[in-house]
Design a protein around this ligand. Structure first.
Ligand code: DX5
Ligand code: ZN
Length: 216
């Protein structure tokens, strides 16, 4: 299967959000990556429900909602109602991860777990069969435009190996510092979904940047 591209709206121009959404609609991108930060799990605050609802109104592709928040269980239903098609929670933020994943699925969303750079892939061994996707963070979550962490290649391969028997259809997403310089190698290592923020929206031609990430 061909890999998917999920531009991160965190790097879009919030004063021209509709314009940037239309740009992604018309591009070769597959999903909208939507980063929610609460100032607690990560040292930054991004946006919440009203903005996600506004995105949903114009988006013609699925919303891939990445929750960088503590205790996401409190808000899963609200994210579904705001327009999330898939919900990613952080391993580090979920003491009852199995229950959280079941709730996301019962809501009718795809269920995904993100791991921080210092969280071992092996921690997913007892949940991986239940997931639609694993998100491997290639930067410490909280900010766009950070430097890609090279150890991510090893972790992508580890996720692929871990899922091989119990969940061969698992999607593996990589998020942080993804650009045309590392994208091909990331897909080769096992990534099936590439998130890209600054490398898309800081490009002089964002649609071309998306197309270049799609055709490696
Ligand atoms: C970081 C977010 C990312 C971010 C990626 O915490 O999860 O999705 O937008 O931005 P870039 O591609 O600029 O590293
Ligand atoms: Zn993200």
């Amino acid at each position: 299967m061909h890999h998917l591209i999920a531009p991160s709206l965190l790097a879009s121009d919030f004063a021209n959000l509709q314009r940037d959404i239309e740009l992604v609609n018309a591009s070769e991108a597959d999903w909208f990556h939507v980063d929610v930060m609460d100032g607690m799990f990560v040292p930054n605050i991004s946006f919440g429900f009203p903005v996600i609802k506004a995105i949903k109104k114009h988006a013609q592709k699925p919303l891939d909602v990445h929750l960088m928040i503590v205790d996401p269980d409190r808000y899963l239903k609200d994210f579904k109602e705001a327009g999330a098609d898939s919900i990613t929670v952080h391993y580090e933020a979920c003491p009852h991860l199995h229950r959280t994943i079941q709730v996301i699925k019962q809501l009718g969303c795809k269920a995904s777990v993100a791991i921080n750079p210092a969280t071992p892939v092996a921690n997913l061994v007892d949940i991986i069969a239940d997931l639609d996707m694993v998100l491997v963070m290639s930067v410490n979550p909280g900010f766009g435009g950070q430097k890609f962490i090279e150890h991510t290649f090893t972790k992508l391969a580890q996720v692929k190996t871990l899922a091989a028997n119990t969940n061969p259809d698992l999607k593996i997403e990589v998020d942080g510092g993804v650009d045309t310089g590392n994208a091909a190698k990331l897909v080769e290592a096992g990534a099936s979904v590439l998130v890209a923020g600054s490398s898309v929206f800081s490009a002089s031609d964002p649609s071309l940047a998306i197309s270049q990430l799609k055709h490696l």
